[in-house]
Design a binder for this molecule. Structure first.
Ligand SMILES: Cc1cc2nc3c(=O)[nH]c(=O)nc-3n(C[C@H](O)[C@H](O)[C@H](O)COP(=O)(O)OP(=O)(O)OC[C@H]3O[C@@H](n4cnc5c(N)ncnc54)[C@H](O)[C@@H]3O)c2cc1C
Length: 413
């Protein structure tokens, strides 16, 4: 058995789902009809949610993805995604997160039809540690105050008493959000696609849309090597490929390859889920590291939120291990966790699609009011997936919601 693997093997639940999906695809091919109310390009994190809400909205909708459901080539893989409400990035995100929690809960209830099915969201809490005046701790406290969210402030001694494995650097404090936790990312995507199919959506996997246009009657036409489809509307959720699909918009997007690591530490007694929270540490130099507790025997997941390897195109994503990112994460572990032995058991590369201020872009195409898009989720967008997916559908339905105005493309606002 190799110590380090770099394949993201789908869990048994996802495998069964993918197997079932092949029947859906064959069934859909037999019933081919190429005009739809809506085409969704990309059914990763946000696209799978948009597909589901479009189907629930009563639209005849098709989702098209260059890979399969819940794959490991984009930005929505690697076992877990942290979710938290008291958002240090900006208090404007908090009302959207309040919706997101309700939507994940609703999705989970539909998904978890038996106790042995793994839950989508686990609320084990999130402990955030940093300099008292740093952007993380003060940002969390600001958002908590503005939106009346319950958080607990911890001194270094408080943290040490509760979680002796953690070493809080001098001058740093902690803030604990009990409602925070993690989402099982592949399972969430699979569940949203499954529920979209149940609501009448159609999907095409392994199909890359190479070209699209809007004809004189306003119909959107998309083309690929495998076929072409048309629709009255289109939603683009192409993640790291957004500049390929919407190149003429010149969106200010930059890609970062980010390595996810799983470690087994020798302090086994603290690794169990629900006994250990998700964590996020801001360092004095502004660098940020985070992790999720040990799950499914893989080990504790630890990553750097800052940094990353700039790449020009998603086609350059390389799954071989980046020793520089590994060394930075291990430096963080050595400094902030007490243990005698650590073992890297798994790693996986993923992509952040960054905007200059790290805020998402959610808008209508400036030349085509029948096209909506989500882009530049900047490494923190998964927790919002159902909210963004629904909003894309609502925007095409002409619904106004000023809570999302801060996410419009600055060029079109
Ligand atoms: C390492 C890492 C850690 C993260 N941690 C967190 C976290 O803790 N919490 C959090 O909230 N967020 C986190 N994020 C961010 C979050 O996961 C992403 O923002 C989100 O998953 C992106 O979803 P997406 O739909 O934009 O992209 P994707 O899920 O990548 O979906 C894009 C889809 O479009 C398809 N596609 C592209 N072009 C075409 C085409 N021409 N034709 C057909 N299909 C196409 C692709 O195949 C892909 O499936 C993290 C991201 C990474 C990489």
């Amino acid at each position: 058995m190799p110590l380090i693997t770099n394949t993201d093997k789908p869990s048994a639940a996802v495998s069964v789902f993918l197997w079932l999906m092949s029947f859906e695809i064959h069934l859909e091919t037999a019933m081919e009809n190429n005009h739809f109310d809506c085409i969704v390009i990309g059914f990763g994190g946000v696209g799978s949610a948009a597909l589901r809400y479009a189907a629930l909205n009563g639209w005849k909708v098709i989702g098209i993805d260059r890979f399969g459901p819940a794959h490991n080539h984009g930005s929505s893989h690697g076992q877990t995604r942290v979710i938290r409400k008291s958002y240090f990035e900006h208090p404007n995100y908090v009302p959207l997160l309040q919706d997101a929690y309700k939507m994940w809960d609703e999705l989970n209830k539909r998904h978890r039809t038996a106790p042995e099915i793994k839950e989508l969201l686990t609320q084990c809490g999130v402990l955030q540690i940093g300099p008292a005046g740093g952007s993380v701790v003060s940002g969390v406290l600001n958002s908590a105050k503005e939106h009346n969210i319950s958080v607990e402030q911890f001194s270094a001694e408080d943290v040490h008493k509760r979680l002796p494995i953690i070493n809080v650097p001098e001058g740093h404090v902690g803030v604990f959000e009990p409602d925070g936790g993690f989402l099982r990312v592949e399972l969430c995507v699979a569940a949203m696609i499954k529920q979209a199919l149940a609501a009448g959506a159609t999907i095409k996997s392994g199909v890359c849309i190479d070209r699209w246009n809007v004809d004189v009657s306003g119909v959107v036409r998309v083309q690929s090597e495998q076929g072409s489809w048309s629709a009255d509307r289109m939603i683009v959720c192409a993640g790291a490929w957004t500049s390929d699909v919407l190149g003429n918009l010149n969106l200010p997007l930059k890609l970062l390859a980010k390595q996810q690591h799983w470690y087994q530490l020798d302090r086994v007694e603290q690794k169990l889920v629900n006994q250990f929270p998700c964590f996020l540490f801001e360092q004095d130099d502004g660098a940020c590291f985070y992790g999720t507790p040990e799950l499914d025997t893989l080990g504790m997941k630890v990553c750097e939120h800052s940094g990353g390897l700039p790449i020009e195109s998603p086609h350059q994503l390389d799954q071989s291990i980046d020793s520089e990112q590994q060394a930075r994460v291990e430096g963080f572990l050595d400094q902030n966790f007490h243990f005698t032995k650590k073992r890297l058991v798994h790693h996986s590369m993923c992509m952040y699609t960054m905007t200059p201020a790290s805020h998402f872009i959610l808008d209508i195409h400036p030349d085509h009011s029948q096209i909506a898009y989500a882009a530049g989720l900047s490494g923190h967008g998964f927790k919002f997936a159902p909210v963004l997916g629904k909003r894309l559908v609502d925007m095409l339905d002409g619904e106004v919601d000023p809570r999302f105005d801060f996410l419009r493309n600055p060029k079109s606002a």
